[in-house]
Design a protein around this ligand. Structure first.
Ligand SMILES: [Zn+2]
Length: 454
């Protein structure tokens, strides 16, 4: 396959590839029958890798009704929201809380919507609530004795399921497959050819599922999984919560065990205390330059040299400044706002820092993330940490770094490289002026077209 008239690092070139890039030159004649894309001067980049997202949660949210949206304040609004959804088959709601319409058992939910099977997830992720049509479709009464299926005093199921996500996933696999494939296509439309799934619950079993979806062609991206102790490869993900920090000694044993298996370590750190704790723990095991801090939402100056000394990378999410910035301004103290989602200061201290989405919690579109990193404005237009801005060129480079090491050299469009490509509509010098609006003409993964604008 051939792409002609592409801009590669500022130069007009034609590119021939199969699963690898075969030829790169100012003029390549198409072979008989060879398919050709005319780039019309658009920039040809390596495919983008989103270094932090939760793929399955994003897939689930993308096709769900947000029952916790600000304008849903009671049962009337919730019922209206559910009934106004078009389509047939499963209707899925997320982000529900009792403050909206109380404990939703089957009868209450039927009153809100009984025209199609409905399942609603509690905001905590712990429970699902089903209406009668959903109970019937799942033949839930047959499973009344399973742990987590709630029954009333007569033994009838109430429609509430607790911690049965795995069980539901098995029963709704067709539904899940279509969510996965539509999110995967959406990512391809942004030029994303790979992502790191950072969910702490990812296990060796999850790894097998992802591999299956890739071989079935449902999932078009490369995946690096981080996750729990059972994973054979990829970073060990450690979630810290400053209100219930784990025992340090036990944690160090766990980190050492991961190290012995050749694994790197990724710490979820939002607060200063969490970052301090993570570094204290990491400093007791041998260094690994692939180790990473996820979020690093609050970084005081005193932490910069310690991060630098460990050679650790920070995986940050400037998209939150846009998405949640106004809330941060209300909730956080001024001294925290000053050091919120720092970026330039980390770079200047010599700490490798890359951007990512944290989908579904932040915007998934990488071009919007790059825009957020260069503006750092909230939705109401307030700037947070203007001195921390970085250019779209810098953010883009992060998307081209190797998924596991996160270090230079970045991937390049050169002969012998994998044909994972992202073709923009415009040359980069034009595209980056309005980076939030970048349009991707075509995306190619391992030589196959996974997205093409009509
Ligand atoms: Zn995350």
């Amino acid at each position: 396959m051939l792409i002609v008239n592409a801009e590669v690092d500022g130069v007009r070139l034609d590119v021939r590839f199969q699963d690898k890039i075969l030829e790169l030159s100012s003029s390549i004649q198409p072979a008989p029958g060879e398919s050709v894309i005319d780039a019309q001067g658009g920039a040809l980049l390596p495919g983008l890798h989103d270094h932090h997202m939760h793929f399955l949660a994003t897939a689930a949210w993308a096709n769900s009704v947000d029952c916790g949206a600000v304008d849903i304040t009671g049962p009337d609004e919730l019922g209206r929201l559910l009934r106004q959804q078009t389509g047939s088959g499963w209707l899925r709601g997320v982000n529900y809380h009792e403050s909206i319409a109380g404990e939703l058992q089957v009868r209450a939910l039927d009153e809100l919507a009984d025209n199609r099977p409905v399942r609603i997830q509690h905001r905590s992720g712990k429970a699902w609530m089903l209406n009668s049509a959903a109970i019937e479709l799942l033949q839930l009464q047959q499973y009344a004795d399973i742990d987590g299926v709630e029954v009333d005093s007569s033994g009838a199921v109430t429609g509430r399921l607790f911690r049965l996500d795995g069980w539901l996933r098995e029963r709704l696999s067709a539904d899940l497959t279509s969510d996965i494939s539509s999110l995967s296509r959406q990512l391809s439309s942004y030029g994303v050819t790979g992502f790191t799934d950072t969910s702490a619950t990812n296990s060796q079993q999850t790894a097998q599922l992802f591999a299956q979806w890739q071989s079935d062609g449902v999932l078009q991206q490369d995946v690096l999984l981080m996750g729990d102790d059972s994973l054979h490869a990829g970073p060990l993900k450690v979630i810290l919560d400053e209100d219930s920090l784990p025992d340090l000694e036990n944690l160090v044993v766990r980190l050492q065990r991961a190290r012995n298996r050749g694994r790197s370590i990724a710490f979820h750190c939002v607060s200063h205390l969490e970052l301090l704790f993570a570094l204290t723990a990491l400093e007791q095991v041998p260094a690994d330059s692939r180790d990473r801090i996820e979020h690093a939402a609050i970084v005081y100056d005193e932490m910069l040299p310690r991060l630098k000394q460990r050679g650790i990378s920070v995986v940050t999410q400037p998209g939150f400044l846009w998405q949640r910035g106004d809330q941060y301004l209300k909730d956080l103290e001024p001294r925290e706002i000053e050091v919120l989602y720092r970026h330039r200061a980390l770079l200047e201290a010599g700490v490798n820092t890359v951007v990512s989405s944290d989908g579904p919690y932040g915007p998934v579109n990488p071009w919007k993330v790059m825009d957020a990193a260069s503006r750092r404005t909230t939705q109401s237009g307030t700037t947070i940490g203007g001195q921390e801005r970085v250019s779209p060129d810098h953010s883009l480079r992060g998307y081209l770094l190797n998924a596991h090491g996160l270090k230079e050299p970045a991937r390049e469009t050169r002969v012998g490289a994998n044909a994972d490509l992202c073709l923009l509509q415009l040359p980069w010098c034009e595209a980056k002026k309005q980076v939030a609006n970048v349009k991707v003409q075509a995306t190619i993964r391992s030589g196959a077209v996974t997205h093409r604008l009509p």
